[in-house]
Each structure stands twice: as C-alpha cells, then as structure tokens.
Design a protein around this ligand. Sequence first.
Ligand code: PMP
Length: 394
Amino acid sequence: MNYQFSNNVPASDEDPVGNILKVAGDPKVISFAGGLPAPELFPVEALKQATNDVFDESGRQALQYSIAAGDPKLREQIAQRMNRSGIKCDIDNIIITTGSQQSIDLTAKIFVNPGDTVIVEQPTYLCALDVFRSYGAHIVGVPMDDDGMQMDALEQAVQANPNTKFIYTIPSFQNPTGRTMPADRRQKMIEIAEKYNVMILEDDPYGAIRFAGDDVAPVKTFEHDERVIYMSTFSKILAPGLRIGWIVAEKTLVKKFILMKQTVDVHSDNLTQHIIAKYMAENDIDAHIAKIKAVYRKREGIMMAAIEKYFPKDAHYSHPEGGLFIWVEVPGVDTQTLFNTCIEHDVAFVPGEPFYADQVIPGTFRLNYSNMQEDQIVTGIERLGNAIKETIAQ
Ligand code: PMP
C-alpha cells in the first residue's frame, strides 16, 4: 500500500535513539543510556495498598468515564504541592495529563501552526523536539552554558523570530545536561518573554529531585501575567509507568487544554488518578522523594568520582545538583565511533547529536546515573574511560 501520510509523520522510519536503547538493553551491557528511574525505589507495596483501597471504597467511580480536567481530589493535592513550591494556583488552573510527554504535545497542538517558531535550549529533550517537528515548528536552539540557556542569545533569537510562539525550557536539572538556571536568569527569561510577548513552556519533571544546593523557584513564580505554562509529572517522583502528569496554566487556557485533550484521549486513566490521589492521602510522598534523592545523590557522587578518575583530563562535564543526568563533552571524539567501541566493552550512553535542534557540538554525550547500582557505575565508567582513550588513539 502506498500510504499518503499527513505532514505530521516523519519521512524516515529511522529511530537512532531507539536503536541505541535496544543495543544498550542487552543485560550484559552496563547502560547509562536510558533515563529510567531506579525501579527498586518504586513504592510497590504502598501503591498496591492504595489500589486495593480504591477498589474497595470507590471502585465503580474509578472505573467509570470521568472529566478531561482530571480527578478533583488529585488536582487538589497537586495544587497544594504547587502552592508550596511558590506557584499560586487552585484546581481550576490544573489539568491532569497522560504524562508530561502529552503536556508538551497538547501545548504544541494548541499553539503551533506550521512555520511558527519554538525556541529551545541547545541541547534539549529530544522527544520534545520530535513533538515540535511533528507540528511543523521552526525550531531555534539557543546555546547554553553551565547556568543553562544564555539570555543574550535568547533575546537575539526572539528578536530574530517575531513569529515565536513560546520558549521551551527545562530549567532544573535539564535533560540532557543536568544543568540548572539560577534565579536571576529565570527572572531575565520572564522579562524577555514579557518584552516580546511570547509564552514560556516550563517543563519541570526533575525539580523535586534536588539532592544538593539550594532550591530555585520555578520560572512561573517570576511571572506577572500568567504567560508561563508549567508542567510536571509523577514519572520521576513515583513511577513512570503510571503515566500521569499535570499542567498549571491560566484558567482560560486550561479550558483550551481540556477541549484539545478530549479529542486525544477523553481523559487520563481515571483508575490511576484515583490510586495516586489515595497514595498521596495515605502516605508522605515527600518522605518517599527524600529516599529517591538520597539514592541519586550517592549514585551521582560515585559516578562523578569515577569520571574524575577514569576520563581524560580535558573532558568537561556538568555537576548536577539533582535529576538523573550528567552531560559530558570530550573534545575531538566522534561519539558514534565511541558508542561502537563502548558496546564492545559492554557499556552504553546516549550520543549528544539527537538532542540538538541544529548546530551540534561534537564529542558530547549523556550519562544517566539513576538506573545502575553503585558497583556497576564504577565498572561502567572505567570501561567508558578506556573506550574514550581507545577512540582518541585511533
Ligand atoms: N520532559 C522531560 C524533560 C523529560 O525528561 C521527560 C521524560 N524523560 C518527559 C518530559 C516526559 O515525561 P513523562 O513520563 O511525564 O511523559
């Protein structure tokens, strides 16, 4: 059949990152490639109890169709957490989504016509790039330094692209770099967005996983006129398989999100929403998050010490204070060659290229520390260090 696809569908069936994850999924490979949380930390027993309670107490309601905005009890708990983080909102500012991936997709659906500009950090979350591409966005990457997106370059990009719809930012423990934007930059980003009348899409799946340093308030807390669409998720603080996230936005905008979400999936899984609401009512999710932070702090520290020991001295790397990732730059290394050598050594990472909208910085790659045990981290980084030296020597 000669399919006549829509413009939303990529021309190529190639899935380079999928292929990498497949190779890295071999059990003998120590994989720093994925972005998976540590499964041993999933609160299985507490979620099982919450599930039983939901079936016992409100099974019929949880199994029925519901409203696209999401379960009011869950939205109430999220609103309380958001207010504690400085984002002033009530439940009418919140819509539950099927994970942040859907939040990104719905935002693009609502705002992006083909040819509209979306400004992103360079590098950024590659599945967000895929979403923006599928809506025909003109994607403009803004360079970063250790403190995230550079504001002078952002202002130039907004000036040069008057059709900019929004700036997509992951301000805390960014995927893929692990970098965090300090408060003064967040403030400046708001000033630029207000001056040029563009919106901000703040994607914050990792902000709650800070294991070092001081909290920085979300970009949304600096706004004056509700132009920031904030999104987060239970994927990293509970479990990604639950597929539940949320958006906080101006109330009139939430209505648009609701209309668009209805066309996509009617509403997010109602049973899962009830389970999470019950879990949060019966358990201290912050105590659970504290356990995650303690484990990730340790793993990050071990990975960092191993990097310092085994990587060449001219390697640069980020020093995340939270989240799941370290970003490495080894000048002069072709990361695809390095990846192939690494697979021979049974270790894997994700090469940097797909995270760039354009202007790739060569020799960059992402390491994940949340999903491997401590001894595997040391062994894996030693193998990776050896593979880098081999690749450079070639
Ligand atoms: N945004 C970023 C920056 C991410 O890293 C991820 C997941 N890795 C997502 C969104 C998607 O998260 P979810 O599981 O909530 O769809």
